[in-house]
Design a protein around this ligand. Structure first.
Ligand SMILES: Nc1nc2c(c(=O)[nH]1)N[C@H]1C(S)=C(S)[C@@H](COP(=O)(O)O)O[C@H]1N2
Ligand SMILES: [Mo]
Length: 347
């Protein structure tokens, strides 16, 4: 896997996974997308001195060391993580932010402990409603705002992992060593890296990364009144061919991935006539909750010309990928069918 990542900014580091590397069910750690608001720690924190604080609306505030986490029952979960702004640059109407194409997403098998097991050690009080995660990465701006995000207690107790392992390796430095939150099926912003503190609150955490960003709002709307970005939408992407590829007449294998966050992908269909008719693609490969499905569609293209492929996923809650994505000011959640089409030539 010597495919290089497409770097959008180096400080902070924002880079996307190349299309080819999205073909495997597991996205290799070396090319897994990077999304940062702050500076990645220069070296791994010393595990002998690192502590995770659990405080706020708990019966007893506690600090856990790394060995205590390792001694707890290990949980393993697959999860496709996508940045809220993935595919932003493919929107018909431009939106500001990192110009992701399709590579702000990846699938991993993550090892760690369930957040509920950790919270239960401290004891959850009756008034607790939200769980805030604080990373220790060094803020870049003058305002020095630490990356802190909260999620509802229900999500924290049902399906949130604290991951110390990524695809069978210790969590890599740039992905949050030694520990990150992973709200399964939710966007990356809900998965805080370099954890040092988890605080139980009566209300959602208030701060820049909760109120000004990761919300869906219109041009003239106040950001804090927009809906918070949580679960992934229903979406399919095409991972082969590359855009504008050229083939000889004959069979072409169209490959892709499809994901739907907390829902299961049930079908992927392909259209070669701009959505007039759809044909089923074949789903293959591992099938795990919260993880994407791989799909393929093999077809003979016997006549020279330019062909455009559209793909459309449907999930277990009945959501169908829309022909065009809804626009919002920060360009979040682009899952439009047309925006993700691929054209190639037969010569
Ligand atoms: N501490 C910390 N956690 C963070 C961020 C960050 O800047 N700092 N970025 C978030 C965002 S927006 C995303 S999409 C994911 C990206 O995770 P990755 O770099 O491991 O792919 O981490 C999230 N967790
Ligand atoms: Mo993100």
């Amino acid at each position: 896997m010597d495919e290089t990542m497409r770097v959008m900014t180096e400080t902070p580091r924002n880079a996307e996974t190349p299309r080819r590397s999205l073909q495997s069910w597991i996205t290799a750690n070396a090319v897994f997308f990077d999304r940062n608001q702050a500076e990645i720690p220069k070296s791994p924190v010393d595990l002998d001195t690192w502590r995770l604080a659990i405080d706020g609306k708990v019966n007893t505030a506690i600090e856990l060391d790394f060995n205590t986490l390792l001694d707890m029952p290990k949980a393993i979960a697959a999860n496709t993580m996508e940045c809220s702004g993935n595919s932003r640059s493919l929107l018909q109407q431009k939106a500001s932010g990192n110009p992701w194409t399709i590579g702000g997403v990846g699938n991993g098998v993550w090892g760690g402990v369930w957040l509920r097991d950790v919270l239960n050690k401290a004891g959850i009080t009756a008034s607790a409603r939200h769980v805030a995660f604080e990373g220790f990465d060094k803020p870049l701006g003058k305002a020095q705002i630490q990356f802190i995000r909260s999620i509802p207690l229900e999500k924290a107790m049902s399906s949130t992992l604290l991951a110390y392992e990524m695809n069978g390796e210790p969590l890599p430095l740039k992905h949050g060593f030694p520990l990150r939150g992973l709200a399964l099926g939710w966007t990356g912003a809900n998965c805080v890296k370099w954890l040092r503190r988890i605080t139980l609150l009566e209300h959602p955490y208030e701060g820049f990364f909760m109120d000004k960003v990761y919300r869906v709002f219109a041009k003239d709307q106040a950001p804090e009144t927009g809906e918070v970005v949580t679960g992934l939408k229903c979406k399919s992407i095409i991972t082969q061919p590359e855009r504008d590829a050229v083939f000889l007449p004959g069979e072409v294998t169209i490959l892709g991935a499809a994901y739907a966050g907390e829902q299961d992908v049930v079908t992927v269909e392909v259209s070669l006539d701009d959505g007039a008719t759809w044909q089923p693609a074949e789903l293959f490969g591992p099938h795990e909750p919260y993880a994407w499905r791989q799909w393929q569609f093999v077809h003979s293209f016997d006549n020279p010309g330019t062909y455009t492929v559209l793909s459309r996923a449907t999930d277990s809650s009945g959501r169908i990928q829309p022909m065009q994505a809804d626009w919002n000011k920060l360009g979040y959640g682009n899952n439009g069918v047309r925006e993700h089409s691929i054209s190639f030539r037969i010569e």
